[in-house]
Design a protein around this ligand. Structure first.
Ligand SMILES: NC(=O)c1ccc[n+]([C@@H]2O[C@H](COP(=O)([O-])OP(=O)(O)OC[C@H]3O[C@@H](n4cnc5c(N)ncnc54)[C@H](OP(=O)(O)O)[C@@H]3O)[C@@H](O)[C@H]2O)c1
Length: 335
């Protein structure tokens, strides 16, 4: 199976059917969308026919660009989730006002903080109350101590102190969001989860074959994975992580955990498209804007995954549990 080709074909097909459909049904849908758009003033709104996409960390960077792309797609409503509601609203206002095309985007009016389970539960409840379901969850929010001071935003953070906050935010926070959203996703016709990972989470950062075997096991469960992530934190805090084969990167481990989690979720939720993406080295606050890729380009593959057809017609297999970079599936073991 040529994944790259079929991924492109599926995505192109979806784009075509959304934008230049040649079937009567699609014409009617597009007509309906246009009628709804004409009636829209400054407030975007969801209709039962709209697909609902929730984007965590949507207030800036890659997440904001994902919200722009999805919100601009006919038949989609993008919901920006952020830990600071005012920042989310500012981003939604900006997307609605600044784009070349109308963007159907709203800000979640309640905060979603990856380190606060209650906020995650409340955010999912809000989506349930407002929309009754969720079609796409894009887990974008994350922190990164590549620079130990987060580029001057915090005091110098020693490595031992980075582990707990990084794993708690990026891995356990994303896990909690996903767990709370799964019942809502199950209400959708073609649900999907896109986890924004990173090259930092490639398998080759692990320095022990035993760990590689554990993380890549086809029988690994979420509780077992979560225990491994906790072990990493404990070993870093005890100063024993190197001798146990863990890498010297908390961010990398958090993303490695996200890629492993993606594969587990895909196995456990047949019929859902659940994939991870490396967006590339994008110019955002995360790297003090030193990245080389426009965040709009980094947002392209997550956007295609949100839109692609449910099954790959080459062999009837769903494209789920895979890791993508630049529009194509890539092995987790890349260098
Ligand atoms: N930029 C790159 O080169 C690159 C490369 C590979 C992967 N990635 C991944 O791409 C995703 C987006 O990153 P980015 O580059 O766009 O970075 P960014 O501009 O720094 O955006 C990060 C987003 O995550 C949010 N966030 C951080 N901690 C949070 C928390 N506790 N609860 C809720 N939201 C939280 C931030 O909210 P605030 O505004 O409130 O801080 C912000 O919206 C991340 O998963 C990142 O790891 C980025």
């Amino acid at each position: 199976m040529n994944l790259r080709r079929s991924f492109r074909e599926a995505a192109d097909k979806k784009l075509q059917s959304a934008k230049v459909s040649n079937t009567m049904a699609s014409h009617i849908l597009i007509l309906l969308s246009m009628v709804l758009m004409v009636g829209r003033t400054c407030h975007a709104f969801a209709t039962p026919s709209n697909k609902i996409a929730l984007i965590t960390g949507g207030n800036k960077g890659i997440g904001k660009e994902i919200a722009r792309r999805i919100g601009t797609e006919p038949g989609f409503t993008a919901i920006i989730a952020s830990r600071d509601v005012a920042l989310g609203q500012k981003a939604a206002d900006d997307l609605k006002e600044s784009g070349e095309y109308e963007c159907d985007v709203v800000a979640l009016p309640v905060p979603l903080d990856l380190t606060d389970d209650k906020s995650i539960i409340a955010a999912a409840k809000h989506v349930e109350k407002e929309y009754g379901r969720l079609d796409v969850l894009i887990n974008t929010a994350a922190i990164c101590f590549n620079d130990p001071t987060l580029y001057g935003k915090v005091d110098h953070t020693p490595f031992q102190n980075q582990a707990d906050i990084t794993i708690r935010t990026n891995y356990f926070g994303t896990l909690k969001v996903t767990q709370e959203c799964l019942p809502l996703l199950k209400q959708a016709d073609s649900p999907r989860i896109i986890n924004v990972a990173s090259a930092a989470g490639r398998l080759t950062i692990l320095r022990s074959q035993e760990l590689v075997d554990k993380f890549t096991s086809n029988t690994l469960t979420e509780p077992q994975l979560s225990t491994l992530m906790e072990q990493f934190v404990n070993d870093v805090q005890n100063g024993t992580h190197e001798e146990k084969g863990w890498p010297n990167t908390c961010y990398g481990m958090s993303k490695l955990g996200i890629i492993a989690l993606t594969k587990i979720l895909a196995r456990e939720n047949e019929g859902m498209l659940i994939n991870s993406v490396d967006p590339g080295y994008c110019k955002t606050d995360q790297n003090n804007n030193q990245g080389t890729v426009d965040p709009a380009d980094g947002a392209y593959t997550p956007y295609l995954l949100a839109l692609m057809e449910q099954d790959d017609e080459d062999d009837g297999e769903d494209m789920s549990g895979l890791h993508f970079y630049d529009q194509q599936e890539i092995p987790w073991s890349y260098q």
